[in-house]
Design a protein around this ligand. Structure first.
Ligand code: SAM
Ligand code: DTB
Ligand code: SF4
Length: 343
């Protein structure tokens, strides 16, 4: 059995607050989860699952703190990949207009607004299969500008080579987001222009360069519960768990193969996916990511109870909508939640 303790730079673990870097007494991070164990967690009575998730959450994190990130699309649309959920793929007619890469100045200006609205991490996304070398200088300059504003930085730009990852690390990039999206079996029915293994290879390069990993997936794409368990199994058996695990609820975009699916996921199944992520990856920040604008406050509160401790704030994700800032502020007040500061 492979056991490990969290690294000292794992963000805002409960033990970090008291300057201890060991796992909480008697608690370990497991990397040897079987798919059967994960499926068994999904099958627990709802109350038992949420109770277990909340217990784990309290052992590792401060229970009322939620990390806030803001997203910016620094290059929108026209993407050569065919991810079946995505508004930005050039393969589908979605009405999203392709743009050029934003200037460093404009990115810094938007980042300042996000910081003033309470974001502690700024996540910059581009609709690329991978970054071109000609853009690397500007991308590194964006990282430096955002860091100078006192925020953590995250980028999501598609596949990376080892050299690109090292350049981003040198520029000070804190996190790189690259999702596995679904189980190995279901993945091929959603994307065919990039393999599951290629995604795992990029995650290896990011890890190798010393950048923290943000990796999760999407639920509500018509996958089975076994696929949701398979996705979590891939993440929870990585040699190191992603420090950040975004769980996205599909935003159905007209014109994409997964638009207008007509059979929405049961919200309790979404909450279960959060709870199982929390239990299997106890030291990771689990993000209630895309899809909040289609959830009521009660469902979001259940996600926090199940161990979600990060969200995107700001009225837009990349191309789709997110709850209004005032609404989120009110929700935080009603639930007594506080913003987590950078690690
Ligand atoms: N092009 C880069 C890539 O795919 O790696 C970065 C941007 S891409 C939009 C980042 C992630 O957002 C995807 O991997 C996917 O998990 C998520 N995503 C994209 N469209 C979505 C949608 N309609 N609903 C939910 N999540 C979505
Ligand atoms: C992630 O897992 N979710 C974010 C972020 N990583 C880049 C993206 C959500 C995108 C939702 C669809 C859109 O706005 O286009
Ligand atoms: Fe391109 Fe990323 Fe959208 Fe896939 S998810 S089509 S790679 S922007």
């Amino acid at each position: 059995m492979t056991l490990s303790t969290p690294t000292p730079d794992t963000p805002r673990l409960k033990q970090d607050l008291s300057n201890h870097h060991a796992a909480p007494a008697g608690k370990t991070v497991r990397h040897d989860w079987t798919r059967r164990e994960i499926e068994d967690l999904f099958a627990l009575p709802f109350n038992d699952l949420i109770f277990q998730a909340q217990q784990v959450h309290r052992q590792w994190f401060s229970p009322n703190e939620v990390q806030k990130s803001t997203l910016l699309s620094i290059k929108t649309g026209g993407c050569p990949e065919n991810c079946g959920y995505c508004s930005q793929s050039a393969h589908f007619k979605t009405g999203v207009k392709a743009t050029k890469l934003m200037s460093v100045e404009n990115v810094a200006e938007e980042a300042r607004k996000a910081r003033d609205a309470g974001a502690s991490r700024y996540c910059m996304g581009a609709a690329w299969r991978n970054p071109h070398d000609r853009d690397m200088d500007n991308l590194c300059a964006m990282i430096k500008e955002v860091r100078a504003l006192g925020m953590e930085t995250c980028m999501t730009l598609g596949m990376l080579t080892g050299e690109q990852a090292r350049r981003f690390a040198d520029a000070g990039l804190d996190y790189y987001n690259h999702n596995i999206d679904s189980s190995p079996e279901y993945y091929d029915s959603v994307v065919t222009t990039r393999t599951y293994q290629e995604r795992l290879d990029t995650l290896d390069e990011v890890r190798e360069a010393g950048i923290r990993v943000c990796c999760g997936g999407i639920v509500g794409m018509g996958e089975s519960r076994a696929d949701r368990a398979g996705m979590i199994h891939t993440l929870a058996t990585l040699p190191e768990h992603p420090e950040s695990v975004p769980v996205n609820l599909l935003m159905q975009v007209d014109g994409t193969p997964l638009g207008d699916r007509g059979d929405d996921l049961d919200p309790f199944e979404f909450v279960r996916t959060i709870a199982v992520s929390r239990i299997t990856m106890p030291a990771s920040v689990v993000r209630l990511s895309a899809g909040r604008s289609n959830m009521n406050d009660e469902a979001q509160a259940l996600c926090f109870l199940a161990g979600a401790n990060s969200i995107f704030i700001g009225e837009k994700l990349l191309t789709t909508e997110n709850p209004e800032q005032d609404h989120d502020n009110t929700l935080f007040r009603r639930l007594g939640l506080e913003a987590m500061s950078p690690a």
